[in-house]
Write a protein that binds this ligand. Structure first.
Ligand code: F6P
Length: 343
């Protein structure tokens, strides 16, 4: 009986559990036994395992987060780390590994595959939706719901006051949550990392709304958005993680401070932070994750490895991990017109 290992790494998002459930249930149907590794790449590194039977994945379809836990562990940062992973895979008689996560998690899977011959498959999962070669990653649509809901709530309170309300959302270097959330929630100003913003033009937009007797304005800003002339992104924590990323955050407050100096209306900030990553998965993510999970087992049984399971149009297809990881995925040019649609 083939044995699959599965792990979930990086920032979590709603829908991961649905993928785990599908891997185990579809696996069982096709004679594949599944073992879970806990806490991302720390699991196979330190041999932290958990059996994954159909009973273990029962009742988790609608629950956010990951029952396996997650971490930002990079085994290539530990002396002999990758070799230890290969040893632990052998100890547990694992034939192939499914790594669910973003570019960092899948990047490790690709290196292990390339450099040490591990049979690995990646499943794209990130609320940032910044993975190339797939139309969507698990978690994006759920986070988008949270962003839209937050904007709806801000609208009702904003309408009662003369205020500028700023909503800061995640996304790292990609503006998908900000752009799509801003359109769905009717934000008056949408700021994304892909286009540096100019404070004067934000100021002018708000003034224009005031002239039209609008009592309030709502700005949505991606954590990675860059003010023109500042030279970079606003950083919440300069210390880098094991993959070399700083923690972004604070651009909303930066804008609020700048605007407050120039206008009488109060400017207030809400940082949606981890609220957009938690909660139940949206139906789209439950279905996508179920398809990704089952298809990954199918690809493995066909002997297709070093691939990412991707959504391409309406089809689920394997794409080379090297190609998927070779480039980033900014908000597509074709969608950016939405930012200024009503100006
Ligand atoms: O990549 C997912 C993400 O939520 C980003 O949007 C955000 O910048 C980052 O993770 C936050 O990381 P952490 O959970 O380590 O604070």
């Amino acid at each position: 009986m083939p044995r699959a290992g599965v792990l979930t790494g990086g920032g979590d998002s709603p829908g991961i559990n649905a993928a785990l459930r599908a891997i185990v249930r579809f696996g069982m149907k096709h004679g594949v036994e599944v073992v879970g590794f806990l806490e991302g790449w720390r699991g196979p590194l330190e041999n932290l395992i958990q059996p994954m039977t159909v009973g273990d994945v029962s009742g988790i379809l609608h629950i956010g987060g990951t029952i396996l836990g997650s971490s930002r562990t990079n085994p290539f940062k530990t002396q002999g780390g990758p070799e230890r992973i290969v040893e632990n895979l052998e100890v547990n008689a694992i034939d192939f590994l499914v790594a669910i996560g973003g570019e960092d998690t899948m990047g490790v899977a690709h290196r292990l595959s390339n450099e040490l011959g591990v049979k690995a498959i990646g499943i794209p999962q990130t609320i940032d939706n910044d993975i190339a070669m797939t139309d969507y990653s698990i978690g994006f649509w759920s986070a988008l719901e949270a962003v839209t809901d937050a904007l709806d709530r801000l609208h009702t309170t904003a309408a009662s006051h003369h205020r500028v309300l700023i909503l800061e959302v995640m996304g790292r270097d990609a503006g998908w949550l900000s752009l799509m959330g801003g359109v769905a929630g009717g934000a008056d100003v949408i700021l994304i990392p892909e286009e540096a913003f100019d404070l004067d033009s934000i100021f002018r937009k708000i003034k224009r709304r005031e002239l039209l007797k609008k009592r309030f304005s709502i700005i949505i800003v991606a954590e990675g958005a860059r003010p023109e002339g500042l030279g970079g992104q606003v950083i919440a924590e300069a210390q880098v993680d094991e993959f070399g990323h700083v923690r972004l955050g604070g651009v909303g407050q930066f804008i609020a401070n700048q605007l407050s100096e120039r206008m009488r209306m109060p400017v207030r900030v809400t940082n949606l932070a981890y609220l957009q990553r938690g909660g139940s998965p949206a139906p789209f993510d439950r279905i996508l994750a179920t398809r990704f999970g089952a298809a990954s087992v199918e690809f493995a049984l066909e002997g297709t490895f070093d691939v990412m399971t991707a959504l391409r149009g309406v089809k689920i297809e394997p794409v080379s991990l090297a190609d998927a990881l070779a480039k980033s995925r900014p908000v597509s040019e074709g969608l950016r017109y939405l930012i200024g649609l009503f100006e």
